[in-house]
Design a protein around this ligand. Structure first.
Ligand SMILES: *[C@@H]1O[C@H](CO)[C@@H](O)[C@H](O)[C@H]1NC(C)=O
Ligand SMILES: *[C@@H]1O[C@H](CO)[C@@H](O)[C@H](O)[C@H]1NC(C)=O
Ligand SMILES: *[C@@H]1O[C@H](CO)[C@@H](O)[C@H](O)[C@H]1NC(C)=O
Ligand SMILES: *[C@@H]1O[C@H](CO)[C@@H](O)[C@H](O)[C@H]1NC(C)=O
Ligand SMILES: *[C@@H]1O[C@H](CO)[C@@H](O)[C@H](O)[C@H]1NC(C)=O
Length: 466
């Protein structure tokens, strides 16, 4: 394992240099660093002297070293080869980057940039839900393998085929496969998870059993959750009472809660892909059904080519990435990750299917889900076992859990196309309200398909093999 302890150096804007010509007429590889001002963040969101180099397909690091005539690890420091990504990270100066760009085998170079987590808001009054699982949990069987838990209205919204009202006499139920998400790994790239919380029933674990995370650039790298964010979202994806996929494995890939960088997230995803590939090699589909990556980070940079590229690679390996649309009440297309066609970008609505005040919107959004006043697990630093939080990250967590159900049932560990198809076949159309008319937001609301009328009785959701 390579542990790289980058301390965020002072931030310095680096000017963008477009593809240009060397004095002898040969072309330089493009430097795709974006140096324009971002509305979201500080002026300087590029990490000083920290660069990401992407090599062209099938161009080896050895060929690259041969071409530039220097061992890359000797012309900079914190050199770190990014294998699956096909490139490397290096801390060095711009003259060295100019040298690197001369190699026609280099696809692009860019400055590493800062990302910030979409922190959910504690709901008004910091609601402390008194959940009494054993007395309130009722198991009902519809077909073999279906359970319903009358605990949370927002959860019930995820299995309904019609709009639900909070004001009906009977509390609506959440219907899901009895073993939804079993043998599916949900990687939670977040502030950490309190893996001992009873919501997880021992299904949560730290990535590779690590006690500290190599992916936290700033703050406490110990694996627990000091922010309360990761534990909450993990429970909304896979908690036994609060989650959509009640049997999924939740894997804590701590990235930090203050700030992170593109390179740290790329490094984390590379290792997640490696883990997924190893499990595919080692286990049958019955023992390992597949993986989902879930995170809620936004970029200050309007160009995150490195992240986009690794998300695309994860997808090619069978891992779908789900992200929050962000909580700034703005066009989600400003976030290059949300806009990427390879990611599921999730907006948030309240209990009346109305856009939450903060949710971003627009064409870049794939689907929406509840993200207001969501009951979820609180980490041990809180005095209560449960809390309620709001934000698009909660909506993203519901969607991650829902995809884990499809993955688990059909063992879709290599086939992200089918996962996306199942999402589309089962989501509800026309439920959303209160989104701006321009840019239009897809009027699609997440559903696990359980109550869909257009399926045969032996299908748990539309499209499922009977
Ligand atoms: C241009 O200069 C670079 C770097 O000095 C060199 O590697 C390359 O071969 C030169 N190209 C030509 C066409 O002379
Ligand atoms: C890269 O190499 C592999 C194996 O040699 C080959 O299958 C693949 O087509 C190559 N990709 C490109 C883009 O050349
Ligand atoms: C580059 O240098 C490192 C350490 O300085 C060494 O381990 C590595 O083998 C060298 N690589 C090449 C291609 O010479
Ligand atoms: C850039 O780094 C290289 C390699 O460490 C060094 O030789 C060179 O002097 C540096 N250039 C500047 C302008 O700092
Ligand atoms: C998914 O990512 C978002 C953003 O970090 C986070 O808020 C949410 O908790 C995550 N959900 C799960 C299930 O990990």
């Amino acid at each position: 394992m390579v542990v790289f302890a980058w301390i965020l150096p002072a931030l310095l804007p680096v000017s963008a240099i477009a593809t240009s010509l060397c004095s002898n007429g040969s072309e330089l590889a493009p430097d795709v660093s974006h140096a324009g001002q971002s509305q979201k963040g500080p002026d300087s969101y590029l990490v000083k002297d920290s660069y990401i180099i992407k090599l062209k397909n099938n161009y080896s690091i050895e060929e690259h070293v041969d071409y530039i005539g220097s061992n890359v690890s000797s012309i900079g420091h914190d050199y770190y080869y990014l294998d699956i990504f096909s490139g490397y990270a290096i801390t060095t100066n711009r003259s060295v980057i100019q040298l690197i760009r001369r190699d026609p085998g280099v696809k692009w170079t860019k400055s590493n940039s800062l990302l910030y987590p979409y922190t959910p808001l504690l709901s008004p009054a910091g609601r402390k839900d008194q959940m009494k699982p054993s007395s309130r949990q009722q198991l009902k069987r519809w077909r073999p393998a279906i359970q319903s838990v009358p605990l949370s209205f927002t959860l019930a919204m995820q299995s309904a085929a019609q709009k639900l009202s909070r004001f009906t006499r009977d509390r609506p139920l959440y219907w899901a496969l009895d073993d939804a998400g079993r043998t599916v790994d949900i990687y939670v790239l977040d502030s950490g998870i309190d893996i001992n919380h009873p919501e997880f029933e021992g299904r949560a674990s730290n990535f590779r059993g690590w006690n500290t995370s190599p992916f936290v650039p700033l703050g406490d790298p110990r694996m627990g959750d000091l922010a309360g964010h990761g534990t909450c979202v993990a429970s909304v994806a896979g908690g036994r009472l609060t989650g959509t996929a009640k049997h999924a494995n939740l894997i804590n890939v701590k990235i930090g809660d203050v700030i992170t960088t593109e390179l740290h997230v790329i490094s984390a995803i590379i290792q997640v892909i490696t883990e997924h590939k190893n499990k595919k090699r080692t286990f049958s589909r019955d023992l390992f059904a597949g993986s989902v990556i879930n995170w809620s980070f936004g970029g200050y940079d309007t160009n995150l080519f490195g992240l986009e590229s690794i998300i695309q690679q994860a997808k090619a390996h069978g891992i779908l990435t789900v992200t929050a649309a962000g909580n700034e009440n703005t066009d989600a297309a400003a976030d290059p990750i949300c806009k990427s066609k390879d990611i599921i970008c999730v907006g948030a609505v309240d209990q009346a299917y109305r856009k939450t005040p903060g949710s971003n919107y627009g064409e870049a959004i794939t689907v929406s889900a509840p993200g207001h006043d969501i009951v979820c697990a609180a980490p041990s630093i809180y005095s209560n076992l449960y809390t309620a939080e709001s934000g698009t990250s909660l909506a993203a967590a519901y969607v991650s859990g829902t995809t884990a159900q499809f993955i688990g049932y059909e063992k879709l560990r290599s086939d992200t196309g089918t996962i996306i198809q199942r999402m589309r076949d089962n989501w509800n159309v026309g439920f959303l309200q209160g989104f701006p008319s321009r840019p239009a937001t897809p009027n699609t609301f997440n559903s696990n398909g359980f109550k869909k009328p257009n399926k045969s009785p032996d299908q748990p959701y539309v499209g499922a093999p009977a």
